[in-house]
Design a protein. Structure first.
Length: 263
């Protein structure tokens, strides 16, 4: 993983930018648990954020979501609000498929389009094939957006059974409690998704973690050490994300200049 000397979120010297986002364009708190993410105002804010990142970022952008259900819900909402059209004007847009053959075709097309001047945007799901089994280097992922903290679905029967089993035998078999197990699963999935971005020493990219909970140290201490090192105190409102010297827009502009100088 990349190394960083950043301790305060000022990362202009770095090839890697990591930040969090706690508010939407109107200033409302942006928390992306399953109930909140189902609400139209939150979905609209997520749309604006995605447009902002896609506008600023050259080539490939990945956006990781907690579920296929939310992915489909966002697409439906954004088609109603014109966000989907804006995204398709900015990038070639793809959505991860559960079907293996479709997945392979989609990824082949995504890689091709990511290398073009228009670039590509891929919506994927935590714990899916994209987040766990694929590399995205150089142009293939100049930015990664992660939405929410992907706790397992506690309404799922298998998850319920696992939680019950752990609580029943935690002391006897030295197992994690159900709450600790959920935490480990959530951050394993989140850290795997974040790790899709920068794949070698000279690679560069940005990671934006969208959820107001990350302003609380409890929710950042479980991130991978390299992510915490780059993050520092780089927490943003929507306005500072776009306009601050430490924001993602400024980072992308600086990297564009650096790349043009290297040509």
């Amino acid at each position: 993983m990349p190394s960083s000397s950043s301790t305060n979120g000022r990362q202009s010297h770095s090839f890697v930018w990591v930040g969090t986002l706690s508010t939407g364009p109107g200033g409302a708190r942006l928390e992306c648990g399953s109930r909140a993410a189902a609400q139209p105002p939150v979905q609209d804010a997520l749309g604006r954020v995605t447009v902002t990142v896609a506008t600023a970022t050259p080539h490939g952008v990945l956006c990781f979501l907690p579920s296929y259900h939310l992915m489909n819900s966002l697409q439906k909402r954004w088609k109603e609000t014109n966000i989907w059209q804006q995204l398709n004007e900015l990038k070639h847009v793809f959505m991860e498929s559960r079907n293996v053959k479709d997945h392979n075709d989609i990824m082949e097309d995504y890689y091709k389009c990511a290398s073009t001047s228009k670039g590509a945007l891929l919506f994927a799901v935590y714990r899916g094939k994209v987040s766990e089994g694929m590399d995205f280097k150089d142009h293939q992922a100049r930015a990664v957006i992660t939405v929410g903290i992907p706790y397992p679905n506690t309404y799922d029967i298998a998850v319920k059974e696992k939680m019950s089993y752990n609580d029943r035998y935690a002391a006897e078999r030295n197992l994690l409690s159900s709450s600790d197990w959920l935490l480990v699963q959530a951050y394993r999935a989140l850290n795997q998704a974040v790790g899709r971005c920068v794949r070698h020493r000279s690679d560069w990219g940005a990671v934006l973690m969208v959820d107001a909970r990350f302003t609380n140290p409890y929710y950042t201490k479980h991130l991978s050490k390299w992510v915490r090192n780059f993050l520092g105190n780089n927490h943003h409102t929507f306005e500072s994300l776009v306009n601050s010297p430490n924001g993602i827009t400024n980072f992308m502009q600086n990297m564009a200049v650096r790349e043009s100088e290297d040509v």
